[in-house]
Design a binder for this molecule. Structure first.
Ligand code: NAD
Ligand code: KPL
Length: 305
């Protein structure tokens, strides 16, 4: 099997992975949307990683998604709402033994991708690392974190997993990846929309603990009914801990709204509300929160799906 790491959507997190893998001597190939993006990338001469005081450039090869040649392994690093469309573009190139690593936050996009490429192995990831683009083709590593990877259909660790350790990418293989993704989704549902509605940093939610308690109660019940009891354990305590630990930070959804970017609400709070409906779990506080968030996004001319 080819050992090349294809990176589909080298934005913030995708570039962070690409640079670290390239630095460790792994074969990396960027997959760009079209010829215009490819020309812009080639003009820039590569990807630049900024870490603390160190800035390093990597002349990683790139090609268009619709180029030729088989793809055996690809890190899908697009936003949740772009993942399926991006994978559809490379689907004709996927080898019969292809493995996709899906970096998307939230839930729902993984199933959209898996339905498109039923022959491929889809590995889900949950990341707490932080990165943002300072300019095109330049990424800043902004927050140490961790990556959990797993495959809900197959507990076997893939043979390339050691590449991550070689590249200094902190990661662990887990058989409970859905629990991880659900837990992060629940944290995001309890924190992020309220920061948008109250226009505050995470710490500002200490003034809204009653609302958070109601949301956590409903999220806990939803997780239980959806077959994720472990993800429900001590949720309210964990939410309060995250609020305190990140009090000065602005949530990712807050930052997206402030920057006029589309949010991933459809795969976070929207997903929770859809699953609640499917399992007939009453979640009035989550529903109200979702509606208020949708109203706010619409008022700002931002997509709410
Ligand atoms: P990003 O917007 O910085 O990067 C996404 C990239 O995908 C962009 O470069 C975009 O041009 C590209 N893209 C979109 N459609 C494409 C297509 N059809 N073909 C090729 N490229 C395409 O996003 P990000 O911040 O890196 O986030 C990616 C995922 O990781 C999200 O689900 C996010 O929630 C999650 N995440 C991000 C961070 C972070 O710190 N950035 C942390 C944890 C989780
Ligand atoms: O993941 C987060 C985010 O901002 O997206 C935290 C910090 C946990 C808040 O929900």
């Amino acid at each position: 099997m080819s050992s090349t790491w294809h990176i589909l959507g080298p934005g913030s997190l995708g570039s962070l992975w690409a640079c670290r893998l390239a630095r460790a001597g792994k074969a990396v190939q960027l997959l760009l949307r079209d010829h215009q993006r490819l020309a812009a990338y080639r003009a820039a001469g590569g990807l630049t990683l900024v870490e603390a005081q160190q800035t390093t450039s990597f002349a990683i090869p790139a090609q268009c998604c619709d180029d030729s040649g088989p793809i055996h392994r690809v890190l899908v690093a697009c936003k949740a709402y772009d993942a399926a469309a991006a994978v559809a573009c490379i689907a004709p190139r996927l080898a019969s033994d292809a493995q996709l690593i899906l970096l998307q936050n939230g839930l729902g996009s993984q199933d959209e991708v898996a339905a498109l490429v039923p022959q491929a192995r889809c590995i889900f990831a949950s990341s707490t690392e932080g990165a943002y683009r300072e300019q095109d083709w330049q990424v800043r590593f902004a927050g140490q974190g961790f990556n959990w990877l797993g495959d809900p259909l197959n507990p076997a660790q893939p043979d390339w997993f050691g590449d991550l350790q070689d590249a200094g990418i902190p990661a662990e293989w887990t058989v409970d990846i859905l629990t991880r993704l659900w837990r992060k989704l629940a944290l995001n549902c309890a924190i992020n929309p309220l920061t948008v509605l109250h226009d505050c940093a995470n710490g500002g939610l200490l003034g809204h603990l009653d609302a958070i308690d109601s949301l956590c109660r409903e999220l806990g019940e939803l997780l239980e009914q959806a077959g994720q009891p472990q993800a429900a354990q001590d949720l309210a305590e964990d939410v309060q801990w995250v609020i305190l630990a990140t009090a000065a930070n602005y949530s990712s959804m807050y930052q997206d709204v402030q920057a006029g970017r589309r949010t991933e609400v459809h795969y976070l709070l929207g997903y929770a509300c859809r699953v609640a409906k499917r399992h007939a779990v009453a979640t009035p506080a989550l529903e109200r929160l979702h509606q208020r968030l949708v109203d706010k996004l619409q008022a700002r001319n931002l997509p709410c799906d």
